[in-house]
Design a binder for this molecule. Structure first.
Ligand code: CP
Ligand code: NVA
Length: 314
């Protein structure tokens, strides 16, 4: 059974197929075309952490595809009332897919290990694949179609979002630069694994803002304190304070550089109002593309798992 536990579940061709299908679904939606490819299908959204974008974009996407979504939080009692193994086997009797936003990547991996329904990672401590794929779709749109050789500079924490972007940059042939305090850099075993899995990766990380930003086509940031790290917030705010995307940093970047943020933003910390609300910012088209990309992912997983035919998209 095909899952999206992380981007390591995809090869380069599969990744591009999902991006291309997302472009097509978005274009057709703009022409009023809403094929009910997932009619009578159900998506369970199993969330251990808060969400606006991931939850609503999946729910809205399922409705547009003719199906429905069921939002489940801890009150369904998984883990406390019954094992994940029992839980997921029951869920598969009612639903066709599950998106899981989990505190730990191991939860998503365990759900998928039973192979009873396709499991999609909706963010874990380690990764946020749907976010990164939608971001590649957005950057491709703002690059006139190709990302090869473009530079994405991530400013801040080598966190779940940065890690999925790093894999995506490898897949899409982008240069990836990460600038932030050394203790928050991405660890070497992950970099090595990305290189060997995807066969290429142009990546450097460091602390020199000018050097990392000066050739950026895209600048990206995320919160300095992710969900679950609240106890470290004070130390993180101090550590990351030199790495705010503000007008001074923007002057170091090329004039054409666009700014992304996965949102939610802590305005005044990792990014200032004048930058996030500027002409350079593409954060709202970026957020909107989550839905188109995830519709594509659902349809693609339906095809891979044998319950959707490509002809249904016509
Ligand atoms: N970017 C993102 O995943 O947002 P949510 O946490 O609101 O889903
Ligand atoms: N790194 C952030 C992303 C939120 C979408 C977090 O994990 O909280």
């Amino acid at each position: 059974m095909k899952h999206l536990r992380s981007l390591f579940d995809l090869n380069v061709d599969e990744y591009h197929d999902i991006l291309d299908l997302a472009d097509s679904i978005k274009r057709k939606l703009g022409q009023g075309h809403r094929p009910d490819v997932l009619k009578n299908r159900n998506l369970a959204l199993l969330f251990e952490k808060a969400s606006l974008r991931t939850r609503v974009s999946f729910e809205a996407g399922m409705i547009q595809l003719g199906g429905a979504a069921i939002y489940l939080t801890n009150d369904v009692g998984w883990r406390e009332r019954e094992t994940i193994s029992d839980f997921v086997r029951v869920l598969a009797g009612y639903c066709d897919f599950v998106v899981c936003r989990a505190i730990s990547q191991s939860t998503v991996d365990e759900l998928a290990s039973h192979n009873v329904l396709p499991v999609i990672n909706g963010l874990t401590d380690q990764s946020h694949p749907c976010q990164a794929m939608a971001d590649m779709m957005t950057m491709r749109e703002f690059s006139g179609g190709s990302l090869r050789g473009k530079q994405l500079t991530f400013v801040g924490d080598g966190n779940n979002v940065a890690r999925s972007l790093l894999k995506s940059a490898a897949i899409c042939g982008m240069r990836f630069r990460l600038v932030g305090p050394t203790k928050y850099h991405v660890e070497k075993p992950l970099i090595d694994r990305i290189r060997s899995h995807f066969g290429q990766l142009d990546f450097e990380q460091g602390t020199d803002i000018g050097a990392m930003v000066r050739d950026a086509d895209f600048l990206y940031t995320d919160v300095w304190t992710s969900m679950g790290q609240e106890a470290e917030a004070k130390a993180r705010t101090a550590d990351f304070s030199p790495y705010q995307i503000n007008s001074t940093m923007m002057k170091m970047a090329p004039g054409h550089a666009k700014v992304l943020h996965c949102l939610p933003a802590r305005r005044g910390l990792e990014i200032t109002d004048d930058v996030i609300d500027s002409e350079s910012s593409i954060v709202f088209p970026q957020a909107a593309n989550r839905m188109h990309l995830q519709k594509s992912l659902l349809v693609w997983l339906g095809m891979q798992n044998g319950f959707v035919k490509s002809s249904q998209l016509d």
